[in-house]
Design a protein around this ligand. Structure first.
Ligand code: FES
Length: 207
Protein backbone atom coordinates (compact mmCIF):
# COMPACT_ATOMS: atom_id res chain seq x y z
CA UNK A 1 0.00 0.00 0.00
CA UNK A 2 1.31 3.45 -0.92
CA UNK A 3 1.37 6.51 1.27
CA UNK A 4 -0.70 9.62 0.76
CA UNK A 5 0.20 13.10 2.08
CA UNK A 6 -2.58 15.50 2.91
CA UNK A 7 -3.32 18.33 5.30
CA UNK A 8 -5.97 18.16 7.99
CA UNK A 9 -6.73 21.29 10.01
CA UNK A 10 -3.34 22.67 8.99
CA UNK A 11 -1.42 19.56 10.06
CA UNK A 12 0.43 17.37 7.59
CA UNK A 13 -0.79 13.78 7.67
CA UNK A 14 0.77 10.73 6.05
CA UNK A 15 -2.01 8.20 5.55
CA UNK A 16 -2.26 4.81 3.90
CA UNK A 17 -3.69 4.75 0.42
CA UNK A 18 -7.33 3.65 0.62
CA UNK A 19 -7.95 5.23 4.03
CA UNK A 20 -10.91 7.54 4.42
CA UNK A 21 -10.59 11.15 5.52
CA UNK A 22 -12.24 10.12 8.81
CA UNK A 23 -9.53 7.52 9.48
CA UNK A 24 -6.74 9.93 8.50
CA UNK A 25 -8.18 12.63 10.76
CA UNK A 26 -8.04 10.27 13.70
CA UNK A 27 -4.28 9.84 13.10
CA UNK A 28 -3.81 13.50 14.10
CA UNK A 29 -6.44 13.51 16.82
CA UNK A 30 -9.00 15.52 14.81
CA UNK A 31 -12.43 14.53 16.10
CA UNK A 32 -15.08 14.31 13.40
CA UNK A 33 -18.54 13.41 14.73
CA UNK A 34 -20.30 10.36 13.31
CA UNK A 35 -23.73 8.83 13.84
CA UNK A 36 -24.00 6.07 11.23
CA UNK A 37 -20.38 4.93 11.11
CA UNK A 38 -18.68 1.92 12.67
CA UNK A 39 -15.17 0.69 11.75
CA UNK A 40 -16.47 -2.85 11.27
CA UNK A 41 -18.95 -1.78 8.61
CA UNK A 42 -18.74 -0.32 5.12
CA UNK A 43 -19.38 3.46 5.01
CA UNK A 44 -23.10 4.13 4.80
CA UNK A 45 -23.35 7.90 4.32
CA UNK A 46 -26.77 8.27 5.95
CA UNK A 47 -26.36 10.88 8.69
CA UNK A 48 -23.89 13.35 7.06
CA UNK A 49 -22.79 14.73 10.44
CA UNK A 50 -19.25 13.70 9.49
CA UNK A 51 -19.26 16.30 6.70
CA UNK A 52 -15.97 18.18 6.30
CA UNK A 53 -14.70 20.82 3.87
CA UNK A 54 -12.10 19.71 1.35
CA UNK A 55 -10.01 21.85 -0.94
CA UNK A 56 -8.33 20.64 -4.08
CA UNK A 57 -7.34 22.44 -7.26
CA UNK A 58 -8.39 25.71 -5.61
CA UNK A 59 -11.98 24.54 -5.20
CA UNK A 60 -13.76 23.84 -1.94
CA UNK A 61 -16.61 21.44 -1.34
CA UNK A 62 -18.29 19.46 1.41
CA UNK A 63 -17.94 15.66 1.60
CA UNK A 64 -18.83 12.93 4.07
CA UNK A 65 -15.51 12.08 5.76
CA UNK A 66 -16.53 8.50 6.57
CA UNK A 67 -16.59 7.50 2.89
CA UNK A 68 -14.25 9.94 1.17
CA UNK A 69 -10.81 8.51 0.34
CA UNK A 70 -7.60 10.40 1.10
CA UNK A 71 -5.73 11.98 -1.82
CA UNK A 72 -2.31 13.53 -2.20
CA UNK A 73 -2.41 17.29 -1.65
CA UNK A 74 -5.95 17.34 -0.24
CA UNK A 75 -6.64 20.03 2.35
CA UNK A 76 -9.32 19.19 4.89
CA UNK A 77 -11.08 21.34 7.47
CA UNK A 78 -12.95 19.40 10.10
CA UNK A 79 -14.48 22.35 11.94
CA UNK A 80 -15.66 25.80 10.89
CA UNK A 81 -18.70 28.00 11.62
CA UNK A 82 -20.29 26.73 8.38
CA UNK A 83 -19.72 23.07 9.28
CA UNK A 84 -20.97 23.64 12.80
CA UNK A 85 -24.19 25.21 11.50
CA UNK A 86 -24.74 22.36 9.09
CA UNK A 87 -24.09 19.67 11.73
CA UNK A 88 -26.36 21.45 14.17
CA UNK A 89 -29.23 21.41 11.66
CA UNK A 90 -28.65 17.72 10.83
CA UNK A 91 -28.63 16.84 14.52
CA UNK A 92 -31.82 18.85 15.09
CA UNK A 93 -33.60 17.03 12.26
CA UNK A 94 -32.46 13.65 13.63
CA UNK A 95 -33.59 14.75 17.09
CA UNK A 96 -37.05 15.61 15.78
CA UNK A 97 -37.45 12.19 14.19
CA UNK A 98 -36.19 10.42 17.35
CA UNK A 99 -38.31 12.52 19.71
CA UNK A 100 -36.26 11.36 22.69
CA UNK A 101 -32.92 9.73 23.54
CA UNK A 102 -31.02 8.48 26.56
CA UNK A 103 -29.08 10.91 28.69
CA UNK A 104 -25.36 10.15 28.31
CA UNK A 105 -25.76 8.52 24.89
CA UNK A 106 -23.57 9.49 21.94
CA UNK A 107 -26.49 11.39 20.41
CA UNK A 108 -27.16 13.25 23.66
CA UNK A 109 -23.50 14.33 23.72
CA UNK A 110 -23.71 15.69 20.16
CA UNK A 111 -26.97 17.54 20.85
CA UNK A 112 -25.23 19.33 23.71
CA UNK A 113 -21.93 19.91 21.92
CA UNK A 114 -23.60 21.55 18.92
CA UNK A 115 -26.28 23.35 20.92
CA UNK A 116 -28.96 21.64 18.83
CA UNK A 117 -32.50 22.87 19.42
CA UNK A 118 -35.02 20.41 17.92
CA UNK A 119 -37.91 22.72 18.83
CA UNK A 120 -36.97 24.76 15.72
CA UNK A 121 -38.45 21.97 13.60
CA UNK A 122 -40.62 20.06 16.05
CA UNK A 123 -43.63 22.33 15.59
CA UNK A 124 -43.66 21.62 11.83
CA UNK A 125 -43.64 17.83 12.03
CA UNK A 126 -45.80 15.43 13.97
CA UNK A 127 -43.76 12.33 14.67
CA UNK A 128 -44.30 9.79 17.41
CA UNK A 129 -41.16 9.59 19.58
CA UNK A 130 -39.25 6.40 18.79
CA UNK A 131 -35.79 7.16 20.21
CA UNK A 132 -34.49 6.05 16.80
CA UNK A 133 -32.64 8.23 14.27
CA UNK A 134 -32.69 5.43 11.64
CA UNK A 135 -28.89 5.48 11.34
CA UNK A 136 -28.99 1.80 10.39
CA UNK A 137 -26.10 0.79 12.67
CA UNK A 138 -28.08 -1.91 14.48
CA UNK A 139 -29.51 -3.26 11.21
CA UNK A 140 -26.13 -3.43 9.52
CA UNK A 141 -24.35 -4.83 12.57
CA UNK A 142 -26.95 -7.56 12.91
CA UNK A 143 -26.59 -8.55 9.27
CA UNK A 144 -22.95 -7.79 8.41
CA UNK A 145 -21.10 -8.39 11.69
CA UNK A 146 -23.04 -11.20 13.36
CA UNK A 147 -24.87 -12.49 10.27
CA UNK A 148 -28.07 -12.90 12.29
CA UNK A 149 -30.34 -10.59 10.27
CA UNK A 150 -32.88 -10.22 13.06
CA UNK A 151 -33.25 -6.44 12.64
CA UNK A 152 -34.23 -4.71 9.40
CA UNK A 153 -35.90 -1.71 7.81
CA UNK A 154 -39.41 -1.19 6.55
CA UNK A 155 -40.78 1.84 4.69
CA UNK A 156 -39.16 4.78 2.96
CA UNK A 157 -38.34 8.41 3.69
CA UNK A 158 -39.82 9.70 6.94
CA UNK A 159 -41.83 6.46 7.22
CA UNK A 160 -38.67 4.34 7.38
CA UNK A 161 -38.56 2.31 10.59
CA UNK A 162 -36.44 -0.33 12.22
CA UNK A 163 -38.30 -3.59 12.80
CA UNK A 164 -37.78 -7.17 13.92
CA UNK A 165 -38.19 -9.99 11.42
CA UNK A 166 -40.13 -12.59 13.47
CA UNK A 167 -38.93 -15.51 11.35
CA UNK A 168 -35.33 -14.64 12.35
CA UNK A 169 -36.07 -13.82 16.00
CA UNK A 170 -34.64 -17.13 17.23
CA UNK A 171 -31.25 -16.01 15.83
CA UNK A 172 -31.05 -13.29 18.47
CA UNK A 173 -28.63 -14.52 21.11
CA UNK A 174 -28.53 -11.12 22.87
CA UNK A 175 -24.97 -10.52 21.68
CA UNK A 176 -25.48 -6.83 22.64
CA UNK A 177 -23.68 -5.61 19.51
CA UNK A 178 -26.73 -3.64 18.40
CA UNK A 179 -27.04 -2.12 21.85
CA UNK A 180 -23.38 -1.09 21.81
CA UNK A 181 -23.56 0.68 18.46
CA UNK A 182 -26.90 2.45 18.97
CA UNK A 183 -26.15 6.20 19.33
CA UNK A 184 -29.41 7.11 21.12
CA UNK A 185 -29.72 4.33 23.68
CA UNK A 186 -32.87 3.02 22.04
CA UNK A 187 -31.99 -0.65 22.51
CA UNK A 188 -32.64 -1.84 26.04
CA UNK A 189 -30.39 -4.34 27.84
CA UNK A 190 -33.15 -6.89 27.21
CA UNK A 191 -32.17 -6.79 23.54
CA UNK A 192 -33.67 -5.72 20.22
CA UNK A 193 -36.70 -8.00 20.46
CA UNK A 194 -37.87 -5.82 23.35
CA UNK A 195 -36.95 -2.54 21.65
CA UNK A 196 -38.41 -2.68 18.14
CA UNK A 197 -41.83 -3.70 16.85
CA UNK A 198 -42.18 -6.71 14.58
CA UNK A 199 -42.61 -6.03 10.88
CA UNK A 200 -45.99 -7.79 11.03
CA UNK A 201 -47.30 -5.34 13.64
CA UNK A 202 -46.02 -2.36 11.67
CA UNK A 203 -47.50 -3.52 8.38
CA UNK A 204 -50.82 -4.29 10.04
CA UNK A 205 -50.83 -0.79 11.59
CA UNK A 206 -50.95 -2.19 15.14
CA UNK A 207 -48.05 0.03 16.27
S1 FES B 1 -20.94 9.06 9.79
FE1 FES B 1 -20.52 9.67 7.76
S2 FES B 1 -22.49 9.87 6.91
FE2 FES B 1 -22.89 9.18 8.92
Amino acid sequence: MGKVKLEIDGKEVVAEEGMTVLEAARLVGAEIPTLCHDERLEPYGACRVCTVEIERGGKTRMVAACGFPVENGLKVRTRSPRLDRMRKTLIELAAVSAGEWEEGSKFWTLVREYGADPSRFASRVQIKPTKCIVCGLCVRTCSDVTGDGVIGFVGRGINRRVVIFPEKAQNCWTCRYCQEVCPTGKISPAGPLHSFPSIDDVLAGRV
